[in-house]
Design a protein around this ligand. Structure first.
Ligand SMILES: Cc1cc2nc3c(=O)[nH]c(=O)nc-3n(C[C@H](O)[C@H](O)[C@H](O)COP(=O)(O)OP(=O)(O)OC[C@H]3O[C@@H](n4cnc5c(N)ncnc54)[C@H](O)[C@@H]3O)c2cc1C
Length: 614
């Protein structure tokens, strides 16, 4: 390993290790200091917390705010809302826990300098919708990161965490994590008493609509590589609802969000012939999902369903009618600013395609699927609930602790709790940190120990792709294709193709079935075998390799969950062609999985859904 013979190993000891410095990670770091004044709190991030995660380029709205100070909503209302949108299946205890604390997080953001728009008549925060408030949010992330930086003992930027470390003596107890610095190549061993994962969801596991020159343009952040799922999966933590991938209606090609347009500008959609189409699909949808179609608001997936069916029927493209709203200069300004503060790419796409929404109704499209635990879906780890509210079956220790001792999570990491968004993820980070501080203090002298052999073996494994490249490139006689290694981009495209064609991506109109899923699993197994032959030219490619490893594990989990749930619970997110109907009798439940890395096998089970709120 000539290039890295001088590689250093850096040891970092901490009480609490926070992996990922996005919204949840910053919330966890901030709150850990509040409860653990004398603790060593370390945050490790693969980018730089100043501008990292899904909020990196700013937001225009905070999508989860109750407004309890003005009696606008109560936490129970939010639970009902999320439950309805997820077709009945949410962890109500976890959702309630976030909703009752989220307002205080938003008040902190304002205190720290985030400009929140005010309604000039009432003086209250300007609402975009029932749950959303509008912000000037270009600097949202730097503001939140500053609070985390001041709270942390140390922040380690530019370190990609690849694996968790387990306790030498207690098999199911976490003891830290390892990773490498993506700039210097140093190997990092983080020893910790408790670990909180806030590493975001997964994009690029399904083939994106934008390929070739457009590759990298996705709705979800392209750097969200599924570490939040792969890290706990690797060590046997139970996962839930991984089949519940998200598909979004977005402005075509730039993936600009539609929320402010629907809610604030009151724009609406039409088919290619200029007709309203959603009502046409009412009977058809009712036959699939029964009364859920009569719920208000109509669940997000069912609105997607009407869009997909209308397009399949040959009456696309679906357009957003902006021409009327944009005649009002205020609304026109808001329409453009909405993108300039959040998704500049959409404004650029419109400019480049001569689309002025005042004169042309822009096209919408349905995104490829992503895996997230904080948006309108709830994939993630199965976590213990709040002591004062969770049913006994949902409690095995500390709030937000996974089924692995000492391993906590928040934000996209934790399953069963949709609609937390940026503010709810930060809040969940705070909740997890408070519990983690208590866990650490309860440990007393019984502290986890890492095994030297474990991290030394991992070091070899992590850097092996660079060795493969160094040796394998000598076998190239012409061009760039080596007979003995595979590049990360090739592996990524192979993964995306498998997921797209077999697990319900765009090219099958989100359709899959048992036969296809089983074939998908076979192909994923072959891809996993080939990952031993990955070649990484430099540290950047080494990071790509490990991101791909994490994406593959997350994808395998999605596929197993999709196979296990024998119904179509969320038409518009995906379809099981062999079980096209929602089946409340057999599947009004959570799906749980556990991966065993010794045997490479997945065990699936059902868990009950408790409805705590009326
Ligand atoms: C396009 C888009 C638009 C959105 N719009 C809104 C909105 O308008 N309003 C709203 O309230 N919410 C919005 N959200 C939701 C909000 O951004 C998320 O809910 C929130 O960011 C989730 O927080 P998180 O901490 O779980 O993940 P993130 O904030 O994404 O943070 C994850 C962090 O982990 C780091 N990381 C990942 N893997 C590793 C690893 N292996 N090692 C070390 N670090 C790692 C990442 O770099 C990142 O910093 C939007 C999300 C998206 C994707």
């Amino acid at each position: 390993m000539a290039l890295f013979r001088g590689r250093k190993t850096v040891f970092v000891d901490s009480d609490i290790l926070v992996i990922g410095g996005g919204m949840a990670g910053c919330g966890a770091t901030y709150e850990a200091r509040h409860w653990g004044r004398d603790l060593k709190i370390v945050c490790v991030e693969k980018a730089n917390i100043e501008r990292s995660g899904a909020v990196a380029q700013g937001l225009y709205a905070i999508n989860c705010y109750m407004g309890m100070q003005w009696g606008e909503n109560q936490p129970e209302d939010h639970v009902r809302y999320a439950r309805n949108d997820l077709m009945g299946l949410v962890r109500e205890d976890l959702g309630y826990d976030i909703a009752r604390h989220v307002d205080s997080s938003v008040h902190k953001f304002e205190e720290w300098g985030l400009p929140i728009m005010k309604d000039p008549k009432t003086g209250r925060y300007q609402r975009e919708g029932k749950w959303q408030i509008m912000i000037h949010g270009e600097s949202y992330k730097p503001i939140v990161a500053e609070a985390a930086r001041k709270a942390a003992t140390e922040v380690y930027n530019r370190i990609m965490v690849t694996h968790l470390l387990m306790d030498k003596s207690k098999a199911n107890r976490v003891a830290g994590a390892v990773g490498f610095n993506v700039r210097t190549g140093d190997f990092h061993v983080f020893r910790a008493k408790a670990v909180i994962i806030g590493a975001g969801g997964a994009s690029h596991i399904f083939k994106p609509r934008s390929v070739g020159e457009g590759m990298g343009r996705t709705w979800y952040a392209p750097w969200s590589s599924g570490s939040a799922y792969a890290l706990p999966i690797q060590v046997g933590a139970k996962m839930t609802q991984m089949e519940n991938r998200i598909v979004l209606t977005r402005f075509k090609d730039g993936y600009g969000p539609v929320g402010a347009y629907f809610l604030h500008l009151k724009t609406y959609t039409q088919n290619g012939n200029g007709e309203e189409y959603e009502s046409k699909w009412y009977e058809h949808t009712k036959a699939l999902v029964g009364d859920y179609i009569d719920h208000h608001p109509v669940p997000t997936c069912l609105r997607n369903h009407a869009f997909i069916e209308e397009t399949k029927a040959g009456r696309g493209p679906i357009r957003m009618v902006t021409k009327e709203a944009f005649q009002d200069p205020h609304k026109e300004t808001v329409g453009w600013e909405n993108f300039l503060g959040m998704t500049i790419g959409q404004a650029v796409v419109w400019a480049s395609q001569n689309i002025d929404p005042k004169h042309i109704n822009p096209e919408l499209s349905m995104s490829e699927p992503y895996v997230m635990g904080s948006h309108a879906t709830c994939s993630g780890a199965w976590a213990s609930g709040p002591e004062d509210y969770a049913p006994a079956e949902y409690q095995w220790g500390y709030n937000r602790m996974m089924t692995v001792d000492g391993l906590f999570g928040a934000g996209d990491t934790i399953g069963g709790t949709a609609h937390k968004f940026s503010s709810g993820s930060f809040t969940e980070g705070r909740i997890a940190a408070k519990a983690a501080v208590r866990y650490v203090s309860d440990l007393g002298r019984d502290q986890p120990q890492v095994s030297e052999k474990e991290y030394q073996d991992l070091e070899k494994l992590i850097f092996q792709p660079m060795e493969n490249y160094r040796i394998g490139r000598n076998e190239i006689t012409a061009g760039t294709v080596s007979p003995s290694y595979l590049l990360p981009i090739h592996g990524l495209q192979r993964l995306e193709k498998i997921m797209d064609e077999y697990v319900g991506g765009t090219s099958t109109n989100y359709m899959t079935n048992g036969v296809m899923l089983n074939r998908g699993l076979e192909l994923l197994t072959m891809l996993k075998e080939d990952m031993n032959h990955m070649g990484a030219e430099d540290l950047h490619q080494l990071q790509r390799t490990w991101e791909l490893q994490h994406r593959i594990l997350a994808s395998e989990s999605v596929t197993h969950h999709t196979l296990f749930r024998k119904e179509t619970r969320w038409p518009g997110y995906y379809y099981r062609g062999d079980h096209m109907k929602l089946d409340d009798e057999n599947w009004h439940c959570f799906t749980l999985s556990r991966y065993d890395r010794e045997t490479d096998k997945w065990a699936m089970e059902k868990a009950p859904v408790y409805h705590i709120v009326d």
